[in-house]
Every structure is written in structure tokens, then in C-alpha cells.
Design a protein around this ligand. Sequence first.
Ligand SMILES: Nc1ncnc2c1ncn2[C@@H]1O[C@H](COP(=O)(O)OP(=O)(O)OP(=O)(O)O)[C@@H](O)[C@H]1O
Length: 559
Amino acid sequence: MESEAIQEDLQNLDVELKDVQGQISALIEHQDRLYERKSELKTLLKALAASGSPVASSGGSSAIENWSETFEWDSRADDVRFNVFGISKYRANQKEIINAIMTGRDVLVIMAAGGGKSLCYQLPAMLRGGTTLVVSPLLSLIQDQVMGLAALGISAYMLTSTSGKENEKFVYKALEKGEDDLKILYVTPEKVSKSKRFMSKLEKCHNAGRLSLISIDEAHCCSQWGHDFRPDYKNLSILKTQFPKVPMVALTATATQKVQNDLIEMLHIPKCVKFVSSVNRPNLFYSVREKSAVGKLVVDEIAEFIRESYSNNESGIVYCFSRKECEQIAGDLRERGISADYYHADMDANMREKVHMRWSKNKLQVIVGTVAFGMGINKPDVRFVIHHSLSKSMETYYQESGRAGRDGLPSECILFFRSADVPRQSSMVFYEYSGLQNLYDIVRYCQSKTKCRRSAFFRHFGEPSQDCNGMCDNCALSSEVKEVDVSDLSKLVVSMVQETQAKDQRVTMLQLGDKLRNKHKDLKRRISAHTIFDKRLCNNGTIGQPIVARKKDNQNGNL
Ligand SMILES: Nc1ncnc2c1ncn2[C@@H]1O[C@H](COP(=O)(O)OP(=O)(O)OP(=O)(O)O)[C@@H](O)[C@H]1O
């Protein structure tokens, strides 16, 4: 055989081997997904078998137990609700959750932001006597809660890394001796996992029959599948192991089925009653805007939106990808007459606190933050949340945008999307569990020009769809979508990528675009026929999106 022919054979074999390798990777990925699903179903089956009843879902308790019926503590509960908390009537699921806790059951609560989760454990804490332990992830959250409860005349304390000696002494004595009134004690998860002294005092409190309830706030932090995993939350299983008879309530605003299963397993509460409220936030208007490649134009658009829609200093948040971007955009907004300041993890705690306080007291209209501006934001009247860049997942976006409108009044969530932002995020999430899969979910959300934005959340959280009532851009504005066949162009791109790979070269999206244009003159002719495609290919490096023309250009929808 001639050497040329051998070379050719070798090359062909290489191509075939690469193809086989591709198929193997795809199969392994598929196998992983099947294993994952299998373990999800097994956990669910275990939980069902253990509770002996179907798991309660949207709006209620299990089929057998009726948590809405009359209980002996009803009138006492009504009295405390009204006279201590000043709340005239329960919101959806609150009464049922309180009843389940009062009967001594472990409970898992999934209730949207602003739904009223705190009352669900604070009211039983008042009714049950003894001390309720609350584990909460953030100092600021704990401080807010303790201050709020103190204002209501409830004896609430906290033990955190910042607690003074006197406070610590009081709490330990109250736990050990039970002489002083200690109704609700807030701690960070580190206290449980790292302080032997604290755990020994808690044990004494329990042995004296005074530990009446354990509440795990922001419980999604237990799960690596959740969006805010905290390693110390993993060790909270010790609470159920040491105090198996004390009821535990775990609360979170969001948890997919996978996260719920994980929580139940990690906190050792297989027989818990589950209350899952809808993720729907009917007062939020969701929209996605095309983000210009010119940074200045994006800020112009944001500033104009704020000026026109919220001229009375109504509060808002602008989320950015990086710290540098936060500082830049806060400055740009100020230049355009908007009262804005930045917030990110690189600032010292005092500075962050100052900015947060100014914003909370309406002395600053807009906080421009990274994801560090997250849990612990309790401001109820945030009227708009703007994402200058896309979030890393649907769950993160739901949480971040959900900081708008906790008071139930109409509010807006706008995401500025351009394909060029995707690679920035993908390099960040690459090593996270299902990181890329999660990212592509939100990219699909952004790219959709016709599907209801709200229904994307329902799908993501495995909930039946509900009416959007025109509260998203795709439902409110009729779009005319023109489908364009880009198969030939796609094939061209794939062959270019394969060629690059075969030669073991590295190219950026932008270089690939240039290469394509140079190599295939014909492509240019087609590209110029599709200007939008051209713009995306050149500026953003992504290909093949449908070209869309809006009939009506009212980006603010009907709010
Ligand atoms: N039944 C009720 N009626 C009126 N207001 C209520 C009721 N229950 C709770 N609230 C109020 O709703 C607001 C939000 O409650 P809470 O802070 O408990 O929400 P949450 O579910 O913990 O939200 P997040 O997940 O965002 O922290 C609070 O101001 C609270 O006082």
C-alpha cells in the first residue's frame, strides 16, 4: 500500500474514532441522567412509603390528614396571630402548616418569596412553650428577624459570631436553666456544626423538655442541587439525630423535586408533611429585552426605563455579572441622573451595610449588585429588578427577580439578553453540578419569542401551568415570528468546528465567525440577506436564532 493511501486510511480512522468517542460521551451523559432520575424516583418512593400517604402538594396537606379542620389550639392561635403579630387573617397554607407543626409532625414548606413563611414557625413557637431554635444562614436575616420580633414584644435572641459575651451568657443560661424567657433563638448553621458548647447547652435544654421546635430557614442551602449550597447546612442532620422527637420545620422559597428529596434525606425528616405552594408570583411582569453590544446604549435604556416608569424614587435592583461592571454601571446611572450605588463581595462589610441601609430607607433608589446582593433582602416594595446580564440558572433568576414585589403590588422583572453573555457564564458554571444544563435552560427562556415566560418557571419547578394574565412580554405583546431555515449555515459551522478540532486548533467564537466569512464567500452573501443573523454572528458569536419582528413595540407591557 502506498504511504499516501495509508495516511488517508489513518485520517479516516481518526475521524471515525472521534465520531465513536462523541457517541460514547453522549451515551454516558444519557446514562448519568437516567441514574439521576432513578435515584430521584427511589427517594420519592421511600418518602411516600415512610409517610404512608401521598405527599401533599400545591395548596394542601396529604389526602388522609386534613390540616384545615378544627384543632384545640385554634382560638389561642387566632389570639396570638391578631394580638401579637397584628395579622388579621392567614394567607394560603399558613394555618395548615401551623396545625401540622402543632401536632408534632416534621414539616417541609415551600412557599414563594414574601408568602409569609416566618409566621409559620413563629406562631407555633409562641403556642408551644419552651424554646424554638431557628437556623438561618445569614447574619443580616437573623438581625432583621430578631429586631422585628423584639418590636412585637417577643423574647427573641441570637447567637452568632458577632454576639457579645453578655448576650452569649444570657442565652446559655436560659438554655441550661430555663429561668429566663427565651422563646425564639436564632443561630447560624456554623453554631450547630462547630460549637460543642452550644450543642451541649441545647442538649440540656432538650433534656429538660424545653426544646419545643426546630426551624431550618432557607433550607435549600442543604442541597448541592440547590442554588445556594452552604456546607455547614449539611451537618444539620445532627439535630434530628440528637432530638428525634422535637418537630422540625424546613422552609424555603424554591426547591425543585430533586432539591426537596435531598432536603428530606439530609435533614432526616422522611415522614414530613410537605406543603408546596405555587411558585407563581402573579404581580410580577417578566420580560426579556435584546441587549445592545454597545454598553452605553444598554445603560441609556435602563436609565430611561427607570426615569419614565419610576420617577418617584421607587426602589429597584440592577444585577450585573461582575464587580467591575457593578461599579461602572452604578456610575453610569448616576451620570444619567439616577440615584444608584453598587454592592458586591469585594467591599468591606461596613460599606456594604451602609449602601444596603440607604437603599432600605429609600435614600438610594437603585442598588447595582452582583449575586452577593442576595438572601436577606427583605425590602417589600422593590418595584423593579433588572438583569443587566443573564443569571446562571432559572432557579437563580427566579430568586433574584423574585425580590421584586414582595408586598404583592405590581412590579417588573426585565432581563437584558445577548448571546455574547453566555460564554462568560458558562465558564463560571462549568464545574457546578448540572451547571451547563441549568445555564442552557435560562438561555432558552431568553431566546423564546413566543412562549409564556411564566410557564417556563412552572415547567422548571414541575408545577402545572397557570394563567399568566398577560403578565409577561410574550403573552402581552403579540409577536410575529418568521421562521428561517438555517440548516445550511449550521452545517457549514459544524464542518468548520470539526475541521478546527481535527487540526487541534483553538478558536474563539469571534475568530470562528471571521474564518467562516473569509473562507466561504457564499456565506457572506447569505449573511447580508439576513442582517440580524449577521449582527449576532459578528457581535455575539452565536448562530441560528429565529428572526423576530414585534407587532407592537411596547417593551414595558401593560404596567
Ligand atoms: N397572613 C398574613 N397577612 C398579612 N401579612 C402577612 C401575613 N403573613 C405574613 N405577612 C407579612 O408578609 C411579609 C413577608 O413575610 P415573610 O418575611 O415571612 O415572607 P417569606 O415567605 O419569609 O419571604 P422571603 O422568602 O422573601 O423571605 C411580612 O411583612 C409579613 O409580616
